[in-house]
Design a protein around this ligand. Structure first.
Ligand code: SAM
Length: 244
């Protein structure tokens, strides 16, 4: 069991209390929607001739939006609960989407297949450098040569004061304390206490930029925005293409 398998439990809880997806808001107005609309209006991509992949698609709100625009869409998530719900959401909307449960740290994506790959708050759930490297390499290989990767991810904006319960370490990984009988390979021990990642990393934007460059991406648009309040996180947004 990897730390990110914990997402499935969270989906079971949030669906049971009537939430349609990760965001507390309306299914149709997910977090990255304004940015996606802006990017689409600026893009050379022709939806009816383009294949899109949404990473960590959750219950599928972005995937459904892209399919409704005419894209041929695949959505991948580690949570079988989220994927089951995404399939129901697509069926309700009469959308044909290939939703699959898989681990993006290990799943080998088909090469040069997608015109567009989107990350709506998935990558910051992958906390260890080797895993992030594997995911970015996978994305890079799965994009067509002129394909684009659009992302929105958390960063530890310099002025941010992290909430106490996040237990951020110097790399931006947040940890939670666990009892000794739940020890796993991913645990660290500090001050006599075992800790496991809370499925969240907030590195600096420069670290993310370096990761993207190392994975072979050219970033042709980017912005970093500060947190709205002390409980919020900063965000890094980017549009990338594979280096030729
Ligand atoms: C913060 S949620 C965002 C979900 C969705 N993009 C949205 O905005 O509604 C992160 C998502 O990444 C998925 N995830 C985490 N680790 C994963 C992995 N290794 N492979 C595939 N999906 C993963 C989680 O199950 C979760 O749905």
């Amino acid at each position: 069991m990897k730390y990110y398998h914990g997402h499935d439990n969270l989906y079971q809880k949030l669906l049971a209390r009537g939430q349609a997806g990760w965001d507390k808001g309306d299914y149709e107005s997910f977090q990255m929607l304004p940015l996606i609309k802006q990017f689409l209006s600026e893009s050379h991509l022709k939806p009816s001739q383009s294949c899109a992949l949404d990473l960590g698609c959750g219950t599928g709100s972005l995937a459904c939006f892209l399919a409704a625009q005419g894209f041929t869409v695949t959505g991948i998530d580690i949570s079988t609960t989220a994927i089951q719900s995404a399939k129901e959401q697509a069926r309700k909307r009469n959308l044909n989407i290939d939703f699959r449960a898989a681990d993006l740290c290990y799943e080998h994506l088909p090469e040069k297949t997608f015109d567009l790959i989107t990350d709506n708050h998935f990558l910051h759930c992958i906390v260890f450098p080797d895993e992030r490297k594997a995911v970015l390499k996978n994305i890079r290989q799965a994009l067509k040569p002129h394909g684009e990767f659009w992302m929105e991810t958390m960063v530890n904006y310099p002025q941010m004061i992290p909430a106490k319960e996040w237990n951020l370490d110097e790399e931006g990984i947040s940890w939670y304390p666990i009892p000794p009988d739940q020890k796993t390979e991913e645990c660290i021990e500090r001050d006599g206490q075992l800790w496991l990642p809370t499925r969240r990393i907030q590195p600096s934007d420069q670290i993310i930029i370096n990761e993207l460059h190392q994975a072979g991406f050219h970033i042709f648009w980017q912005e970093t925005t500060p947190p709205k309040d002390e409980k919020d996180t900063g965000a890094f947004r980017a549009k990338c293409r594979p280096n030729q």
